[in-house]
Design a protein around this ligand. Structure first.
Ligand SMILES: [Zn+2]
Length: 348
């Protein structure tokens, strides 16, 4: 079975390496994919991509962060092993034995995160996770000089080595779904929108994973009447989690974040989203989270305060290289966003 057009674009997005602070590749790709469907697209000083479609009021901003969590070269030792630090919210326990790409001056270099063989581990060592400071990347080099010759240096960013794959009928697996799913949604929203009142700004933000950085300046400059973040969230339908802890399910539709670790959705945004979903017969899930944040969490503090909310796509194993999502949720998320843009003038 062939992959759909949407999955083809998603594959390109997943394969574009773009760790927080190093978003050049993804920003080029996003601009290229958005360009045919918008009136104007540019980058701002810090690297956010800002696309505009339409004109007049209201001004609606939809933002998806372009960055992904990753690693960075910290030190190269005499024997040619690469020591690294992390960028963003990693579970360190899943790092050993991963295949990675180091993005050096001569292009990507394959490496593996090595570890001590099970045969030589003491029984108490086997019960404890390996610490980040004990980890290293093996790129097949024998000396520090070898590593330098491969174009690898301190400060180079590192991504997971992998691609997008189909999983079952409607699902896909891969890395950086957080937030290439949001980037894909923005492209599909631009394509799907025909007639609407007002101006739509589609913004690809930088450095979300390391402190919601890019959205602050871009929401200030766009100065929208309302802002929505299209991002990913936690699907809890797996062994080891209860519905009480994490009730969101794959395939049950996009999620409106009522509360996250930083705040609560603006009441008018909640009304707009729930009413529009109901009218459009699009099933949504409502989410109350104890922790976590999206670009929408910080936007209410920009300027005199901008109403904001997040509509997100549920993802299993989020922030792991084997994230799983359901393409039906992506399609419904896009459908909802298109209807939201079309009805925005009635609310803002
Ligand atoms: Zn995210």
């Amino acid at each position: 079975m062939g992959v759909s057009k949407m999955e083809e674009i998603l594959r390109k997005l997943v394969e574009a390496p773009s760790v927080s602070g190093f978003e050049e590749d993804i920003s080029k790709l996003l601009k290229k994919e958005l360009e045919p469907f918008v009136d104007e697209v540019k980058s701002d000083r810090i690297g956010n991509v800002i696309a505009r479609k339409g004109s007049g009021s209201p001004k609606i901003m939809i933002a998806a962060h372009m960055d992904e969590i990753g690693l960075i070269v910290k030190y190269i030792n005499k024997k040619g092993f690469v020591i690294f630090d992390k960028i963003g919210g990693w579970d360190e326990r899943i790092l050993p034995t991963k295949k990675v790409l180091i993005h050096g001056s001569k292009g990507p270099v394959l490496g593996v995160i090595g570890y001590k063989p099970v045969h030589l581990q003491e029984s108490d060592e086997q019960k404890k996770p390996v610490k980040l400071k004990e980890m290293f990347i093996d790129i097949g080099a024998s000396s520090e000089d070898d590593v330098k010759k491969a174009g690898v240096g301190i400060g180079d960013f590192i991504t997971n080595h992998g691609t997008l794959e189909k999983l079952g009928k409607s699902r896909v697996t891969g890395h950086a779904f957080d937030n290439r799913m949001g980037c894909l949604s923005m492209i599909e929203i631009a394509k799907g929108l025909k007639k609407f009142k007002g101006t739509l700004y589609l913004v690809g933000t930088v450095k979300e994973e390391i402190g919601l950085i890019g959205v602050r300046g871009s929401s200030f400059s766009v100065n929208p009447d309302v802002m929505l973040a299209v991002d990913t969230t936690i699907a809890g339908d797996m062994p080891g989690l209860t519905e009480e802890e994490a009730p969101l399910k794959l395939g049950d539709g996009p999620s409106l974040e009522i509360k996250d670790g930083m705040g609560v959705v603006h009441p008018r945004v909640k009304k707009w989203v729930t009413e529009t979903a109901k009218r459009g017969k699009i099933k949504i899930q409502l989410e109350v989270m104890s922790g976590g944040a999206t670009d929408a969490s910080i936007v209410p503090t920009v300027r005199e305060g901008i109403p904001a909310g997040a509509i997100t796509i549920p993802v299993r194993y989020i922030h792991a290289p084997v994230e799983v999502a359901d393409m039906r949720d992506v399609k419904n998320c896009v459908k909802l966003y298109v209807k939201l843009v079309e009805s925005a003038h009635q609310y803002f």
